[in-house]
Design a protein around this ligand. Structure first.
Ligand code: ZN
Length: 141
């Protein structure tokens, strides 16, 4: 018996104390980000203190799910066997309307058509019963 043709599994995120609200929201297809109740800055991923004012009065709120492509790369190298079948694939930094930047993948767009500044909206990919990942797709708005 050979396992040669069985695709390797992709790594799956394991939520911890700080990322749990993010992944619980994602499972319900809601993009959750942290807001500082002191200075009203938004941040993601979650942290114990605000990056802006170092306050620790932070709340999780649902983001608009809208943003623009801030930067991207096209991956041609196989760093993890779980992604081998998708090479070349994109990795993008999306700047949310609320300000924070999120590392993600763009979907429903050819790699050659990706541009910095492209308007995008969130679209969730259910990768298991417990984990959904926020990806982004082109948006006309
Ligand atoms: Zn703050």
């Amino acid at each position: 018996m050979t396992t040669e043709n069985v695709p390797a599994p992709k790594p799956v995120p394991v939520p911890d104390e700080l990322s749990k609200p993010f992944f619980e929201g994602a499972r319900e297809h809601r993009l959750m980000i942290q807001r500082c109740n002191q200075c009203h800055m938004f941040q993601v991923p979650g942290r114990f203190v605000c990056d802006e004012c170092l306050g620790d009065d932070l709340a999780w709120v649902e983001a608009s799910g809208r943003g623009t492509v801030f930067s991207f790369v096209i991956m041609h190298q196989r760093y993890n066997p779980g992604f081998a079948a998708e090479i070349p694939y994109n990795i993008a930094t999306v700047e949310l309307k609320e300000g924070p930047r999120l590392l993600t993948n763009l979907i429903n767009i050819a790699n050659d058509d990706i541009r910095v500044g492209l308007p995008v909206k969130v679209s969730f990919e259910d990768i298991s019963q417990d984990i959904s990942l926020p990806k982004f797709e082109p948006s006309s708005e």
